[in-house]
Design a protein around this ligand. Structure first.
Ligand SMILES: [Zn+2]
Length: 219
């Protein structure tokens, strides 16, 4: 948040700096033209997230998680640059595969309560909210994360899946949308998306898809 405030306060004095490289960027652009040009746009192909014996989840992201896309995702998450959610949602909406964002409700990936308190916001919720405004889809903030936080670093995929199983659930009193589109900022192993899908399906969702702003290569 401080970064965003400082940026705003300095705006009349200096042209806005690119979030990725620090060069001057246009007044309305978070990235300079060079970093914009270097964005790793992915095709509209969806990837299938799978875990043993479960329904696969179709997932899609417009960008590879590197360069400018990585810088924007990190600035939103760690520097509190919440206005970037608008830019990121615009990029998602503009290049989404046909049919993906036509129907369903947008479900943000939940953040552990302790982490949310520390950060002050959930970046996935900001992104889902901006995407809802842009697409007209409803926002269904119905999931929560429970259990000890634990770190995901240094764990392999199976360990992460096991740790997440049961750690995501539908909030008490909330209902799972019939068609859910789970929204996160970054898609890495897919373990989190699968845990969300599992919770939604067991609470009655009939279709679950996943959308992220960026994904790591090979995913
Ligand atoms: Zn740049």
């Amino acid at each position: 948040m401080v970064g965003a405030l400082v940026r705003k306060a300095l705006a009349p004095l200096a042209p806005p700096a690119c979030f990725a490289c620090g060069a001057s960027a246009g007044a309305a652009a978070p990235l300079c033209s060079s970093c914009r040009g270097g964005l790793g746009w992915l095709s509209d192909e969806v990837v299938e997230l799978e875990s043993r014996g479960e329904r696969p989840v179709e997932a899609w992201a417009p960008l590879a998680y590197r360069g400018g896309a990585r810088a924007l995702a990190r600035a939103l998450k760690f520097r509190g640059a919440v206005a970037l959610a608008e830019t990121m949602a615009a990029q998602i909406a503009a290049s989404a595969p046909a049919g993906l964002l036509d129907h369903g409700e947008l479900v943000p990936v939940p953040l552990h309560p302790a982490r949310r308190r520390r950060r002050g916001f959930n970046q996935a919720e900001r992104l889902a909210c901006a995407l809802a405004q842009r697409t007209g889809l409803a926002l269904a903030d119905c999931l929560e994360r429970a259990g000890p936080r634990g770190t995901q670093m240094g764990r392999d995929r199976d360990q992460r899946l096991a740790a997440l199983a049961g750690a995501v659930r539908v909030r008490r009193g909330a209902s799972a949308p019939r068609e859910a589109i789970v929204v996160d900022d970054v898609l890495t192993t897919g373990a989190t998306m699968l845990a969300c899908s599992r919770a939604l399906c067991s609470a009655g969702s009939e279709r679950v898809a996943a959308v992220a702003y960026a994904r790591t290569p090979g995913r």
